[in-house]
Design a protein around this ligand. Structure first.
Ligand SMILES: C[S@@+](CC[C@H](N)C(=O)[O-])C[C@H]1O[C@@H](n2cnc3c(N)ncnc32)[C@H](O)[C@@H]1O
Length: 294
């Protein structure tokens, strides 16, 4: 049994193997990429076969033991093992819904080849017909609204494309914790949580690290379960969640793509102004779109 709204120190394969029934509506897994990051406990430089077999094991236990039949499974991975992860998921019988590219700025600058500025975000479901996809929760302003002034634009915006631009969490950001080497942006996790889990449902992160997925889930009123090998990361992540819920941590707006934020503000402002000017009937219409992209 796994208690909701907890983060546990331990090996996620062992912990999840003990489950007697699936618990997760959404699993978001951001495993170590096997590229030599310096973690507290985990050694991130394994032989190819060892890492591959380990990947097969944790993906299998997530899918077969933890994920509900209507659940969604997201995995973040680098170029080095993206192909392998894709093939393992196919063997596990998952249906790929999107292969999202997370494009980030603040990549390293290079001289002899192009700089890496992306990671892969796989999005699968167990049942291709029954799954949660809350499109209204993740819509963004369309180019028709922001650029072309096209009156046919859907005022509700559009579902984002499959290339997502979110900055990495840089050292200068309020959001950055100092005790974990590779923290994901909360904004990115918020999009995943909003689209794939309903309020009250359970989000599982088997490699919770600094606790980003759990923070996003808690903030969005979903339940969360995090697991990490490091007792120190678990201790600190719990504090991060408590501080977030107590309103002690600043918002994370800075991590959102600035262009998207600007576009969202522009559309919201327009909706507000037209709401003020128009008749009662029209303004009730505008109310429906006002603050849509907050
Ligand atoms: C890439 S980091 C996750 C970062 C996280 N997404 C965040 O935003 O902070 C991977 C994490 O997996 C943990 N880890 C490695 N092997 C594990 C295992 N077998 N069970 C649970 N956690 C593990 C590491 O300690 C590390 O914190």
């Amino acid at each position: 049994m796994i208690e909701p709204n907890t983060i546990t120190a331990g090996d996620s394969i062992k912990i999840l193997s003990r489950l007697t029934e699936p618990v997760a509506d959404l699993i978001f897994a951001d495993p170590p990429f096997n590229i030599g990051y310096k973690y507290d406990v985990y050694e991130d430089r394994k032989q190819y076969d060892e890492y591959y077999e380990w990947t097969e094991k944790w993906m299998k236990v997530c899918v077969e033991k933890a994920l509900k039949p209507t659940g969604s499974f997201w995995v973040a991975i680098g170029d080095e093992y993206a192909a392998e992860v894709r093939v393992i998921a196919r063997k596990l019988g998952l249906t790929l819904r999107n292969w999202v590219i997370w494009h980030y700025t603040f990549g390293q600058s290079t001289k002899k080849k192009f700089a890496r500025s992306h990671a892969h975000l796989f999005y699968w479901v167990k049942d291709p017909k029954k799954f949660t996809f809350n499109d209204m929760a993740v819509r963004i302003p369309s180019a028709r609204q922001t650029t072309y002034g096209d009156s046919r634009a859907n005022p509700k915006g559009k579902v984002p494309d499959d290339v997502w631009s979110f900055s990495r969490v840089c050292g200068t950001f309020h959001e950055r914790v100092k005790w974990h080497p590779c923290q994901m942006p909360e904004r990115l996790l918020e999009r995943v949580v909003k689209v794939s889990a309903n309020p009250g449902e359970l989000v599982l992160d088997p490699f919770s690290g600094s606790g980003t997925t759990c923070v996003a889930a808690a903030r969005l009123k979903r339940q969360y379960v995090g697991i990490d090998l490091s007792a120190k990361y678990v201790r600190n992540a719990k504090k991060r969640i408590a501080d977030t819920l107590a309103g002690l941590r600043k918002g994370t707006e800075i991590a959102e793509n600035p262009a998207t934020l600007r576009a969202q503000r522009k559309v919201n402002k327009k909706a507000k102004t037209s709401g003020r000017k128009s008749s009662k009937k029209k303004s009730s219409q505008a109310n429906k779109t006002r603050g849509l992209f907050d």
